[in-house]
Structure formats: C-alpha cells, structure tokens
Design a protein. Sequence first.
Length: 126
Amino acid sequence: MFCRFPYFKERPHIPITIDSVVGRKRFLPLLDSGADFCVFYKTDAFRLGLDWREGKAMKLSNADGTDFSAREFILDLTVEDHVLKTRICFIDSNRIGTPLLGHLNIFEKFKILVNEKEKYVEFKSH
C-alpha cells in the first residue's frame, strides 16, 4: 500500500475511519510522532457508540508535563484500505486541541515520510 495525503490547513492531518458498534466514522486527526497514543475526545467515544465505563482507565501526560485522565479502547482504525487494531484513548478535556494520530500501532506498520516543504505525508506499508 502506498498513499499520499496533502496537508490540511498547513498541518499533517490524516484521513482515517474507526469502526464501531454504530458503524464506520470518519476522522481527520493530526499526525503526531511525539504522541504515544491516538487521542480523541470523550464526545468522539459517544459518537462511536462506546460505553465510557468499559474503557481501560489510564493517565496520559501532555507535552508540557500535565497529566489528564483517559479511557482506552482497542478499535479497528483504517488508513486508506489498511485496517489496524489500535489502542485509542479518549479524554474528557480539550487539552490536545485536535485529535492526534500517535505512533503506537501506527508507525510500526508503515514507512512514513513527512515532506514539510511540499506539505504532504506519504504512507507506505512495510
């Protein structure tokens, strides 16, 4: 698999879908090599039909060192036609600004090229 994604609003946002009990939902998270996890909002968990109480409780740390609570779920995340079982954390705050596509379960599956000069990201499966 090979795909190229142009930047969205001058940033490397990657179109993905997440499968859930209520069907497939589209998202446009920011690719963040510094984030361990994919991080979305509690409202996104509800949009996916997830029961908040069933998620694994965890603490995450922001780049500035502040901690916040999250719930982790293992879900099918799709980049183009490549489906990945992915650890996705949902937070009940707005500390991240935009949903994040972190490196765990993502970067190990692809060779990723970020071309800042020409404003695109390429994903190539290993």
